[in-house]
Write a protein that binds this ligand. Structure first.
Ligand code: G4P
Length: 529
């Protein structure tokens, strides 16, 4: 395809593609809505998703399924802000948490971590953070719910650094919280941002500070004890805190921390502006041959990081989500699927928006498009344009945490049962393990939803009813086959093998894992991500 190189470059440089990571209820939806509002993509809050799919009980899966049409449209949201084209990828939590949530993080260039100031760093944030860390992408922190009394800011920053093992740089510092919230001292811009500008600053949101970082001349705030306090705290941060470093942010070693309130919108705009200033544009992707694929390369390439099935039960359609790594997409273009070497045309593609799906006419590196799929794609597949084959590296596998034994309900229907399992495993919907000797099937997942999707799809797409027996939470550790002794298996540690026949031990608890390591100190155990 003929590509205007300069135009492509300009467009790619405008792209900012990121995910918001957080623990459920920290405020991800609320801040997403505020950003969409600032970008003019929605008019009012409350439109992002059939809110809180997570509130459905697991048995309401069919209800959730019905909602899919809504929630899937929020899988990727885009809007323009100033000169940037912003793509936000949703990372489902609650019962929607699955390996897809992790894999989505493979398709972004940066992450925004939303933390509830009342709760600090929570379990799911930590898990998602680790994946971002492994990728070395920049992470920006939004300490949310400043309109409520939360924990001490310094505690929160210290906890963040300690638990996540990352340096933090407070970009601003709260002046009061909850009812007494006056605003923030914006360290980075050397100004004060008021929560209620009418009350405090003649309607002006920002008050610039002098070179010493203090208010010049007379101001009501100077008489407030919180002002003295914040000056002292900021002074301390400047002396004892980390240095600001653009390079450390870019390398994912330093997270800039912003305090604000997604609900009231306080601090969200200055966060978005500053964040977009630092957030990276689409970066180079390294392929399997260790060759660099540049976003501005003329030829299109991309990889599939998520497949959403059964969005419309009448059509059994699936949508493969593609992160474009280079070049540009135009409807009808010809591409090759690297795994099968098959050529085909990209006709039916779609982009997503909060309120509806739209047909994409044009997209460039950094963007996400959805391709209607009739079963051709697998997660991790590369598609590319041109003669030179491109195959991106495999997406990482994630250590499952929940396990189920599975059997066909009707033993006469083994064929469809095996076919279904094989395909769903290949597609990345679920992980397959077998007990070491008896080869009974065990399914592994990171979220309960994966089992429900599995059961539902086996039934609907492969006409195979399954019986699932929960094994509960397990800690899976891989073991070097040379060190394996089958007597190591006990009622607290089940010996299994993965789908590549590699031995894995499923430990019942942390305690069982420690007991094992004490008993066999020479045995090395590995986990996936
Ligand atoms: P999530 O997507 O991360 O799960 O969180 P979501 O934005 O849905 O927010 C979870 C709850 O926290 C919501 O209240 C929301 O209104 C509230 N919230 C979000 N940001 C702030 C904030 O800055 N300050 C305060 N005080 N609350 C905030 P809810 O009552 O559970 O839901 P809803 O009934 O209001 O939707």
């Amino acid at each position: 395809m003929k590509v205007d190189q300069q135009l492509l470059k300009n467009e790619v440089n405008q792209r900012r593609t990121f995910a918001i990571i957080s623990h459920p209820d920290a405020g991800k939806t609320t801040i997403t809505e505020q950003m969409l509002k600032l970008g003019g993509a929605i008019r009012q809050a409350g439109t992002v998703k059939g809110r809180k799919t997570g509130k459905f009980a697991t048995s309401d899966w069919m209800e959730v399924e019905k909602q899919r049409g809504i929630s899937v449209t929020s899988s990727v949201m885009h809007f323009n802000y100033e000169d940037k084209h912003v793509n936000i990828l949703d990372t489902p939590g609650h019962e929607d948490f699955s390996e897809d949530t992790y894999r989505t993080l493979m398709a972004v260039d940066s992450g925004v971590m939303v933390v509830d100031t009342a709760n600090g760093i929570e379990a799911q944030t930590e898990k998602l953070f680790k994946v971002c860390r492994m990728r070395g992408i920049p992470i920006f922190t939004f300490m949310n719910k400043l309109d409520r009394d939360g924990r001490e800011p310094i505690d929160l920053v210290e906890e963040l650094e300690e638990v996540l093992e990352i340096d933090a740089y407070p970009m601003n510092w709260p002046i009061g919280t909850g009812r007494s919230l006056i605003g923030v001292y914006d360290i980075y811009h050397n100004r004060i941002e008021f929560n209620d500008p009418d009350e405090w600053n003649n309607g002006e949101t920002y008050l610039p500070l002098n070179e010493q970082g203090e208010i010049e001349g007379e101001h009501r705030l100077k008489e407030d004890r919180l002002y003295e306090q914040v000056l002292e705290e900021v002074e301390l941060l400047k002396i004892a805190g980390n240095e600001f470093s653009k390079e450390a942010i870019a390398a994912g070693e330093l997270t800039p921390v912003f305090f604000g309130s997604a609900l009231t919108g306080f601090g969200v705009e200055s966060f978005l502006k500053t964040f977009l200033g630092f957030a990276p544009e689409p970066s180079t992707t390294i392929d399997q041959e260790e060759l660099a694929v540049e976003p501005t390369d003329e030829n299109f390439s991309g990889f599939i990081f998520k497949i959403q099935a059964n969005m419309d039960p009448k059509h059994r359609d699936r949508i493969a989500f593609v992160r474009i790594c280079s070049g540009q997409f135009e409807p009808g273009m010809s591409v090759t699927l690297s795994r099968t070497d098959r050529d085909f045309r990209l006709n039916n593609s779609t982009q997503f928006m909060a309120e509806d799906r739209e047909i994409v006419k044009h997209a460039v590196a950094g963007d996400i498009i959805g391709l209607y799929d009739t079963g051709n794609f697998q997660i991790g597949d590369t598609i590319y344009e041109g003669k030179d084959q491109v195959t991106f590296k495999e997406l990482p596998q994630f250590t499952p945490e929940i396990f189920m034994k599975v059997e066909p309900k009707n033993v006469m229907k083994q064929k469809s049962y095996h076919k279904g399992i094989q395909q769903l495993v290949q597609e990345g919907a679920i992980q397959l393990y077998k007990t070491y000797h008896t080869e009974e099937y065990i399914l592994g997942a990171v979220g309960q939803l994966q089992f429900e999707v599995f059961e539902h799809r086996m039934n609907k797409e492969y006409n195979s009813e399954v019986v699932m027996k929960p094994l509960g939470n397990k800690i899976a550790r891989w073991i070097n086959p040379d060190q394996l002794d089958e007597n190591m298996s006990s009622n607290r540690s089940l010996l299994a093998k993965d789908r590549y026949d590699q031995p894995v031990i499923l430990f019942e608890s942390d305690f069982a894992l420690r007991w094992f390591s004490d008993k066999y100190p020479e045995v090395e155990l590995y986990s996936l991500l």
